[in-house]
Design a protein around this ligand. Sequence first.
Ligand SMILES: [Zn+2]
Length: 257
Amino acid sequence: MLRLDQSLMSQFANDQRIRMIILHYTAVSFTETINIFRQGQVSAHYLIPDPDASDYLECCAVNHSDSSENNKILQLVADDGRAWHAGESFWRGRTHLNDCSIGIEIVYIPGTAIKNDPPYTETQIQEVEALCRHLLQKYPIAPHNIVGHSDVSYDRKSDPGPQFPWQQLHEKGIGAWPERTKVKAKTALHSSLSSEQLKHLLIQHLVAYGYRAPVTADDEARLIWAFKSHFDPASLDQPLNAQTLAIAETLCEQYLS
Ligand SMILES: [Zn+2]
């Protein structure tokens, strides 16, 4: 039998389950994460430990494995199985995103306030890159379908947080990112808009891009926070500005056409 290669096969109609990658942080240690997963209420396909954390190193020592080898990524659920990581969620018209996604949990503990969030370790980000690259070779996942938990459940989640290096991943061919020159040009065009106009247009574009339409004012604020956390973290604690709208417009232009 003649088999086409993966990229060619993905062009034909199929019911491949996996369409998205959703990235998370655990907010607790490796040991606590494993304990939570053992209780059976939540799970993820992959877990990326902090390779320098003492509890992880102790676990490796007990199991006689070498933490410096290729065992930094743990697969807990097979790709074709359904892990329970997204909960109530929405992206581009779909709900129940556990059905169509791979969940990756990164062991990372945020600070007590956003400004105290530590950076992710370089080793963990390299592991995320390697894992995503592997998944992208196997499954037809569009760049704008690689998202954070906060993108798909913005009303209740803030992971993987503003320290997650989305731009760095995009530069390695993973996920969406707006082109800088387009953002600059569009920002200049919007400099005279009022903050109400900015907010109205921004939300319109975010809903077009894939976010769930907000219902309340609180919802709107959380949606804007989630978007900034992913694509414009430098402006997280600032009032809404023209650049954030320009980023949303550029993403729609680049990925929805
Ligand atoms: Zn999460």
